[in-house]
Design a protein around this ligand. Sequence first.
Ligand code: EPU
Length: 420
Amino acid sequence: MDAIRVRGGRSLVGTIPVSGAKNAALPILCATLLSDGESTLRNVPALRDIETTSALLGFMGRRVSCAPPVVTVGSSGPVRPEAPYEFVKQMRASVLVLGPLLARYGKVRVSLPGGCQIGTRPVDQHLKGLEALGASIQLSHGYIQAECARLKGAEIVFDMPTVTGTENLMMAAALAKGRTTLVNCAEEPEVEELGRVLNKMGARVEGAGTHVMHIEGRDALDPFDHAVIPDRIEAGTYMVAAAMTRGDVLVDGAPLEHLEALAAKLRKAGVEVSREGGGVRVRVPGELRGVDVTTAPHPGFPTDMQAQLMTLMTLAAGRSVITETIFENRFMHVPELVRMGANIEVHGNTAVVTGVAGLEGASVMATDLRASASLVVAGLVANGETEVRRVYHLDRGYERMEEKLSRVGADIARVRGAEG
Ligand code: EPU
């Protein structure tokens, strides 16, 4: 198993390019199932989750060329509308094939995603929505089995905003007969991006990226050519890394308009965040101060940035109270940060961080993507050597992280075949 070895103490200076957004590319790849013909996706990050989705589409019988930054998907005969456990256990986002397959083929069998490290993560809202569109759904032997005649537009009110739930329903509604209204939708930029792609395919989606969406279904949809938006969470992670090392970094391509909640907290903490060219420049002119953060659905503070921000707070003056409201088990970085010398106390879904003078390098590991990223960020400033193990989590969501960081001055390398 690979590990990342970091020797802390160097300020990051220079430019870090941002890759395409993982969580935008995944639903768009699944949207290719809605039409025949060849669709082309550009600015796709080279990540394990992209490979897994491409392999899943290939398993179903689609003709896939996965050569990031370009992925093409076309049809090559009959499709097997099925996502077996072998795929879903590697990547929960495989559940995004449910809506398009059902709408297109009237039948689907998808392994029920179990919980994962960060929480139980049910998919009841996806299923409730598809039932409202006319699907009959059974859960048996760990699989979701759904069938329908043609789906029919309906009004669906989500109990809570769910990103992939909203996306699944958008894709299903795009081929349903008549008009669907989705209420209490997730407003994340990746949802808005899927709306843009569905409209390119000929669907009529209004309001994607807002609370309420209207979708006029079509009998058939066209293939598309689309370049994916930049990854706001990757960008945000590098913004925090720059601040953590008191560096001066241009995060090139960082979409500041999607990062307002993070930028506001960073500024309050004493970080200078400014738009420069097509990206965001980050510097720390003075002392870092503790700030309180509560995660929330977009446009609130993203749960996917909570671990990284907490890491920054370990070195900020004073106390920060960080509350996680989206996933019930997203503090797995805490014990590892404490092993590196951080002062953090957890009470339920709240972590109280008291700034310390410095962190110490250690062998650490995390079993979640963003938690792993936060440990690399901690390693950048820790005294001595930090080895972040189980890097396959990082490889799911960060394209060439060690290369991007070493180009701006970090002493970081991948260790092949390290201890697990
Ligand atoms: N929820 C339900 N029932 C459902 C669906 C969701 O109770 O049917 C709950 C969840 O348990 C959670 C909340 O609703 O408490 C929000 O979860 P959501 O469905 O929005 O999460 P997701 O769609 O499974 C996506 C991202 C995650 C990101 C979350 C929250 C993708 C592929 N994944 O997950 O990304 O953390 O939204 O923003 O888009 C990551 O990239 O590291 C990652 C975990």
